[in-house]
Design a protein around this ligand. Structure first.
Ligand SMILES: [Zn+2]
Length: 171
């Protein structure tokens, strides 16, 4: 249940620019999160780790009642390429796989797909020559790719010889 009167329509003015910024969440109908307070830790049925809400190794919900966590449908497919040394517990990219399991795939960097169609992929990563998303024709790509790691790891991944190097880049 959503009580919209409880959701602030965040809108603020920055002192420096005097431009009005609207919260990116103001258009969303966000449900109550009260259910999260009632979900206890439990051992993941697959790997036995004691976790709350989801297992960040198996990337599955754990001990969440059916329907308690919404499953999202994204407007585009998303691949997350994760540095092997990025700690799963620290990664916030993995939440995308939990919330939109049918649209998101997570790959270890060394096991990333070969991607025969790199020209149809858009790597979201700040780089020289990367265009703003608003400047990129949305029909020019079928899938977004993001890198998950520390800035140092991500920089190394983006410059190493891999399909990431051949993707067009947006920021
Ligand atoms: Zn697990």
């Amino acid at each position: 249940m959503t009580d919209e009167s409880q959701i602030p329509t965040a809108c603020c003015e920055t002192a420096s620019s005097n431009k009005k910024h609207t919260s990116p969440f103001s258009q969303f109908n966000i449900s109550s999160t009260d259910i999260l307070d009632s979900i206890e830790k439990m051992h993941c049925p697959t790997c036995s780790r004691n976790v709350r809400y989801f297992c960040n190794k198996c990337l599955k919900l754990v001990n969440c009642p059916e329907g308690a966590i919404p499953e999202l449908k994204l407007p585009i497919k998303l691949d997350i390429i994760k540095h092997e040394q990025e700690r799963d517990g620290k990664s916030t990219a993995l939440h995308a796989k939990i919330l939109a399991p049918k649209d998101v795939e997570v790959y270890a960097w060394q096991d990333m797909p070969k991607y025969e169609n790199v020209d149809r992929l858009l790597l979201l990563f700040p780089s020289p020559g990367a265009k703003q998303l608003s400047e990129i024709d949305p029909t020019s790509f079928d899938k977004l790719v993001v890198i998950d790691g520390t800035w140092e790891q991500a920089n190394k991944m983006s410059k190493s010889d891999s399909p990431l190097l051949r993707m067009k880049r947006g920021t």
